[in-house]
Design a binder for this molecule. Structure first.
Ligand code: G6P
Length: 372
């Protein structure tokens, strides 16, 4: 009913709008006054966390993209090697795990069959399993050694939005907490990030306030067949997520690529007028990453692409090459997905509407895939 949708036309719109609160709720009570993380609910002894020599993340769909981003954070902040794998591949691969492996299973519903089977397999090998989950008492957290709940509230729309942002927050918390427990890079690197993370909900709110041009752009592209997405570093999984949203909702051919792979194939797809969404890293952090992306935008634009550039406020270098510029607030490089994903959700939702598709219940898809 209209009341259930809180005055929005679709649950997806309501859930996109709820993201600042979902993010804040997921952080609530988990960051102390001095910036120390308190994840007591984890119930994994510090001794065990100190011994971990490998992190393996398993998930499906949008949750898998959260895992891909988590890898960059975990390896950078903790120096523990991290692998991310689709649960459906992991479980049939005979993966190598032992008592020093920490397996993180990410699932909004807590009921995805492949993710559940992957975690059962991991526990049989003696690994410690941590669930990141949005549904209290669901099967995946019940069968895990520990759980960190995301506090997104119920997500109704099939295409995941607020659950994804809170999965990212939970992943960052786990990564930072591992760094804290193990004492790596604490004061110089981790503490400043914790402070930025603590107020990231406000930045997400600011992004939401500037989405009208994105909706307008989406409507103007309703007649296209293909949209490509490019990213680097954590912007690469953001590109994958932007493409997934567009497939799910707009039923358009959409693909995400690592920008460095352009020359190895994808650039052959660029022809006059093809829309390409490019997620540009902050020019302040790792400037090499930024500079490479700027040359990638030049390359595709020279071949006729319609460039839709998502960049940080104040990034002047991208301006001459952006047919459409979508600015997001400055964040530390690793946290950028929390703000850069939001315009892609709005974009896909508006394109779906413009194409006359059912936003909350896309054809052929289910909210939770409990069969193999
Ligand atoms: C389905 C949903 C996706 C979701 C995926 C994983 O495909 O349509 O939105 O990302 O399952 O679901 P989970 O509940 O495990 O996060």
């Amino acid at each position: 009913s209209a009341a259930e949708k809180g005055g929005y036309d679709y649950f997806m719109l309501k859930e996109i709008a709820e993201q600042p609160k979902a993010v804040a709720d997921t952080l609530l009570g988990r960051i102390g006054a001095e910036g120390q993380l308190t994840l007591d609910e984890l119930r994994i002894p510090a001794q065990v966390l100190k011994m971990v020599d490998k992190v393996v993340i398993v998930a499906c769909g949008t949750a898998f993209h959260a895992g891909l981003i988590a890898k960059y954070a975990i390896e950078h902040w903790t120096r523990i090697p991290c692998e991310v794998e689709l649960a459906s591949e992991f479980r049939y691969r005979d993966p190598i795990l032992d008592a020093r492996s920490l397996v993180v299973a990410i699932s909004q519903s807590g009921e995805t069959m492949d993710t559940l089977m992957a975690l059962r397999h991991a526990r049989e090998q003696g690994a410690t399993v941590l669930a990141i989950c949005n549904t209290n008492g669901s099967t995946i957290p019940r069968e895990s050694d520990a759980v960190l709940y995301t506090h997104a509230g119920p997500e109704v729309a099939v295409a995941s939005t607020k659950a994804f942002l809170t999965q990212l927050v939970a992943c960052y918390l786990v990564a930072l907490y591992l760094g804290q427990v193990r004492g790596t890079k604490w004061a110089d690197e981790i503490l400043p990030v914790v402070r930025d993370l603590a107020r990231i909900g406000e930045e997400v709110e600011r992004v939401l306030e500037t989405m009208e041009p994105v909706r307008e752009l989406a409507r103007s592209l309703a007649g296209h067949d293909t949209v490509l997405f490019l990213g680097r570093h954590v912007g690469y999984p953001v590109a994958l997520e932007g493409a997934l949203k567009l497939k799910e909702l707009a039923y358009m051919h959409a693909e995400g690529f690592a920008a460095g792979e352009l020359k190895h194939g994808p650039i052959a797809l660029i022809e006059e007028g093809v829309p390409v969404v490019v997620v540009v890293p902050s020019p302040r952090g790792r400037s090499v990453l930024h500079d490479k992306m700027v040359s990638n935008i030049q390359e595709i634009r020279a071949r006729g692409a319609l460039t839709i550039v998502i960049a940080e406020e104040g990034d002047r270098a991208v301006v001459p090459y952006a047919d459409h510029l979508i600015l997001v607030p400055a964040t530390p490089t690793l946290l950028q997905p929390l703000v850069a994903t939001v315009p892609l959700q709005v974009f896909a939702c508006e394109l779906a509407t413009a194409r006359g598709n059912e936003v909350d219940q896309p054809r052929n898809l289910a909210k939770s895939v409990t069969v193999e």
